[in-house]
Design a protein around this ligand. Structure first.
Ligand code: NDP
Ligand code: GDR
Length: 354
């Protein structure tokens, strides 16, 4: 019976990835369940279109349950009720800079939360029946030991977030070996979209440029312009999560585009979309980005966005995923920036205070 049931439980369903994954699985015919946190206002904006009737939040193919990664009993209750065949653990305090301020909470959610979820599966007697996906991250490579990074590259975490995710990575490997669980780590490099959280650098850039273009904002303030990331599109990456759970044996995979770009480059490409060429002037904290035509300052460096320890360069090698899962990214860097810029221009035109 369990072979034919396709019931997915997603933690973090209200986040960027959770929303795309829920769409993807519903499209594939899954019954999709999601764990949401109690909040004082609605936190379901990214998934509201997935209600059977969004106007009155009527649930159908997508069912939501209150729970929290810090509350074991809520996890046991949901798993016991839903009897999922696949669990995707996407819930996290996912902001690297914020993790320096909320280090203990980040460990509670991003590290201990994972073992709570794995133990909840055991408590419900589902360890041989459930397939488990863990949202691991390229932040594990941190101060990188080699370029590009693959599944064999040693880890060197550089933030409380990355340290917490490192615990989760290993507890997933351990439960796979100890209990023969089908459990996988997806080591995903940065992936973005119009649904990206507003304070991650790509979204901050596209939102700010849209506002500058429409005359609602003067200047974009950023931290480290020289950090380099391997940026893909979230839509491509949720497919890889699903593919990892459709194999005969569980394994860990790097998911990346194989290209790296600096924050500076992202800024240049995004401004180009609204017809502005940026020229850089000055050094370090005094560096500014100016409109090459008018000399108007549009970008400034603000040290408040620097991190106590930085990850300078990430570049992934996803050849194992290509070979074993048949996965390849489909969205180029340029098209990702265009997608995000177009969406934010539309959004700000409709609602300048968004
Ligand atoms: P988001 O920050 O957009 O979403 C995080 C989700 O986790 C939200 O649904 C949030 O709920 C939920 N959440 C946070 N704390 C708790 C808690 N205590 N209990 C239950 N739920 C909680 O992240 P993304 O969608 O970008 O990323 C998904 C996962 O993948 C995360 O684990 C992230 O660390 C990891 N990752 C992301 C990458 C990326 O580039 N996007 C790359 C590699 C890994 P709410 O909406 O209420 O805040
Ligand atoms: P990251 O993403 O830390 O890679 O983690 P983020 O977009 O926050 O930072 C990327 C790089 O940009 C630099 N930067 C700034 N970052 C932010 N947020 N705001 C700024 O103003 C700014 N200026 C420069 C940062 O210093 C950094 O080098 C994301 C998250 O989604 C994690 O959950 C995930 O695990 C990793 O990606 C892979």
């Amino acid at each position: 019976m369990d072979q034919v049931r396709r019931v997915a439980l997603i933690t973090g369903i209200t986040g960027q990835d959770g929303s795309y994954l829920a769409e993807f699985l519903i499209e594939k015919g899954y019954e999709v369940h999601g764990i949401i946190r109690r909040a004082s206002s609605f936190n379901t904006t990214r998934i509201q279109h997935l209600y059977d009737d969004p106007k009155c939040h009527k649930q159908g193919k997508m069912q939501l349950h209150y729970g929290d990664m810090t509350d074991s009993s809520s996890l046991v209750k949901v798993i016991s009720k839903v009897q999922p065949t696949e669990i995707y653990n996407l819930a996290a305090q996912s902001h690297v800079k914020v993790s320096f301020e909320l280090s203990e909470y980040t460990a509670e959610v991003d590290a201990v939360g994972t073992v709570r979820l794995l133990d909840a599966i055991n408590t419900c007697g589902l360890e041989k029946k459930v397939k488990f996906y863990q949202a691991s991250t390229s932040e594990l490579y941190g101060k990188v030991k080699e370029v590009p990074q693959n599944e064999k590259t040693p880890f060197y975490p550089r933030s409380p977030y990355a340290c917490a995710k490192m615990y989760s990575y290993w507890i997933v490997v351990n439960y796979r070996e100890a209990y023969n669980m089908y459990a996988c780590n997806g080591i995903l490099f940065n992936h973005e979209s119009p649904r990206r959280g507003e304070n991650f650098v790509t979204r901050k850039i596209t939102r700010s440029i849209a506002k500058i273009h429409l005359g609602f904002q003067e200047v974009l303030e950023l931290g480290n312009l020289d950090a380099k990331r391997d940026w893909g599109h979230a839509k491509d990456y949720v497919k890889a999560m699903w593919l990892m759970l459709q194999q005969n044996t569980p394994d860990d995979y790097v998911i990346a585009t194989g290209e790296t770009h600096s924050v500076r480059e992202f800024v240049e490409v995004a401004f180009k979309i609204v017809g502005i060429t940026i020229k850089w002037d000055g050094k370090d904290v005094n560096e500014v980005g100016k409109d090459a035509k008018s000399d108007r300052i549009l970008v400034k460096v603000n040290p408040k966005y620097f991190r106590p320890t930085e990850v300078d360069l990430l570049l992934g090698d996803a050849s194992k995923a290509e070979e074993k899962l048949g996965w390849k990214p489909t969205v180029s860097f340029q098209d990702l920036v265009i997608d995000m810029m177009q969406a934010d221009l539309e959004l700000m035109k409709k609602n300048p205070v968004a």
